[in-house]
Design a protein around this ligand. Structure first.
Ligand code: NAP
Length: 314
C-alpha cells in the first residue's frame, strides 16, 4: 500500500495540470494512468486553439505537459483503477489491478471515450476499416476514399486531417447543419476533397471477409435507403464518460458525467473531478487545464485543513 497526499486518476491535460499544481504546492502526488500520459491529445493531429502555440501536434503538447509534471516532482504510476473507497478517517483508497494507493484527496480526470454507432458491421469491421482515430489509422487509407460519421468538432477536424491523407472524404451527418465550430466548418466546406451527405444516418457497415467496402444509409427526410461505396468508416458521434468505476460513490448524473461545483468538488469531501468526465458545457484542452488548476489548488487547501485539524486534536 503506497501513501500519497493526492492521487490524480488520469494523465490527460486536466490530470497533468492538477498534478502539477498539487506538486508545486509541495504535496506528495501520484498521477495514475493505465496507459501513456497525454489522454486524447495523443489521438489529435494539429491543435490550433491552445494559447501559446499557433499549431502544435497533440502528442507534442502532451509531452510538454508531462515534462512539467516530472520537473515538479509528480510520481507517474501505471495502473488500471478498479474502484475508490473512503474509510472512516476520510482517507481515500484507490484500488488498481496491481496495487492499492491511499491518499487524503483524489482528483478524478478519467476523461471520456468514443461512442459507438451501434449498427451491424461496426464491431465486425473494427480494425478492418472501422476506426475511431484518424491520426492512428488514417495512413492505411492513402489513395482511398473514406467516410466520416458525425458533425461535431471531432468529425470535422479529423475529416480535415483525413482529407490530407486520403483521396476523398464523405462526411455523413444526420442533420443538415454541423455542430462543429464555424472555423472548422468553413475550412471543411472550402476543401475540395470533402463532400457532405446531409440528413442521413448510417444503418449498416458492409464489407467482405477482410475489409469495409461500403455503408448502408438512410435518408431521414426522403426516407429512402441506399448503399455508398467506401474503404473506411471513421466514427465520431460523441463521447461517454469514463466514470463507471466510480459508481459506488454516487457522484454522477444519470448519463454518468460527474457532477461538481465550480471548485471541482464532488459531494464527497476531498474528491474532485475535472476535464471531460465532468458534467460541463465545453470539453476542450483549455477547459480541462483550467479545471485541473482549480482542483490541484483546492486539494492543497483540503490537505492543509486536515493537517490543521489533526494538529489541534493532538
Ligand atoms: P459532439 O460534439 O457530441 O458531436 C457528436 C456529433 O455526432 C454530433 O454532430 C451529433 O449529431 C452526431 N451524432 C451523435 N449520435 C449520433 C448517431 N447515433 N448517429 C449519427 N450521428 C450522431 O462530439 P465530438 O465532436 O466528439 O466532441 C466532443 C467534445 O470535444 C466537444 O465538446 C467538442 O467541442 C470537443 N472537441 C473539440 C475539438 C477542438 O476544439 N478542436 C476537437 C475535438 C473535440 P447532432 O449534431 O445532430 O447532435
Amino acid at each position: 500500500m503506497r501513501k500519497y497526499d493526492v492521487v490524480v486518476i488520469g494523465a490527460g491535460p486536466g490530470g497533468m495540470t492538477a498534478a502539477l499544481y498539487a506538486a508545486r504546492a509541495n504535496l506528495n502526488v501520484a498521477m495514475l494512468d493505465r496507459g501513456i500520459y497525454g489522454g486524447q491529445m495523443n489521438n489529435t493531429d494539429d491543435i490550433e486553439n491552445y494559447p501559446g502555440f499557433t499549431t502544435i501536434k497533440g502528442p507534442e503538447l502532451g509531452e510538454k505537459m508531462y515534462q512539467g509534471t516530472v520537473k515538479a516532482g509528480v510520481n507517474f504510476v501505471y495502473g488500471d483503477v478498479q474502484n475508490v473507497t473512503v474509510d472512516d478517517q476520510q482517507m481515500k483508497h484507490i484500488q488498481t489491478d496491481s496495487d492499492e494507493l491511499v491518499a487524503s484527496a483524489v482528483i478524478i480526470a478519467t476523461g471520456s471515450n468514443n461512442r459507438k454507432l451501434g449498427v451491424p458491421g461496426e464491431e465486425n469491421f473494427s480494425g478492418k476499416g472501422v476506426s475511431y482515430c484518424a491520426v492512428c489509422d488514417g495512413s492505411f487509407f492513402k489513395g482511398k476514399n473514406v467516410t466520416v460519421v458525425g458533425g461535431g468538432d471531432s468529425a470535422i477536424s479529423e475529416g480535415l486531417y483525413l482529407a490530407n491523407v486520403t483521396d476523398g472524404v464523405n462526411v455523413i451527418h444526420r442533420r443538415d447543419q454541423l455542430r462543429a465550430q464555424k472555423v472548422l466548418q468553413n475550412r471543411a466546406f472550402d476543401n475540395d476533397k470533402i463532400d457532405f451527405t446531409w440528413n442521413t444516418s448510417v444503418t449498416e457497415i458492409l464489407g467482405d471477409e477482410n475489409h469495409v467496402t461500403g455503408v448502408k444509409i438512410h435518408n431521414n427526410q426522403v426516407g429512402d435507403d441506399t448503399t455508398l461505396d467506401t474503404d473506411g468508416v471513421f466514427v465520431y458521434v460523441g463521447n461517454f464518460p469514463n466514470s463507471q468505476i466510480f459508481n459506488n460513490l454516487n457522484i454522477t448524473d444519470q448519463a454518468g458525467w460527474i457532477i461538481t461545483n465550480d471548485q471541482m468538488e464532488t459531494t464527497i469531501p476531498g474528491i474532485y473531478a475535472i476535464g471531460d468526465v465532468r458534467q460541463k458545457q465545453l470539453r476542450q484542452i483549455t477547459t480541462a487545464v483550467g479545471d485541473g488548476g482549480i482542483a490541484g489548488q483546492n486539494a492543497f487547501e483540503y490537505f492543509e485543513a486536515i493537517k490543521h485539524r489533526q494538529t489541534v486534536k493532538d
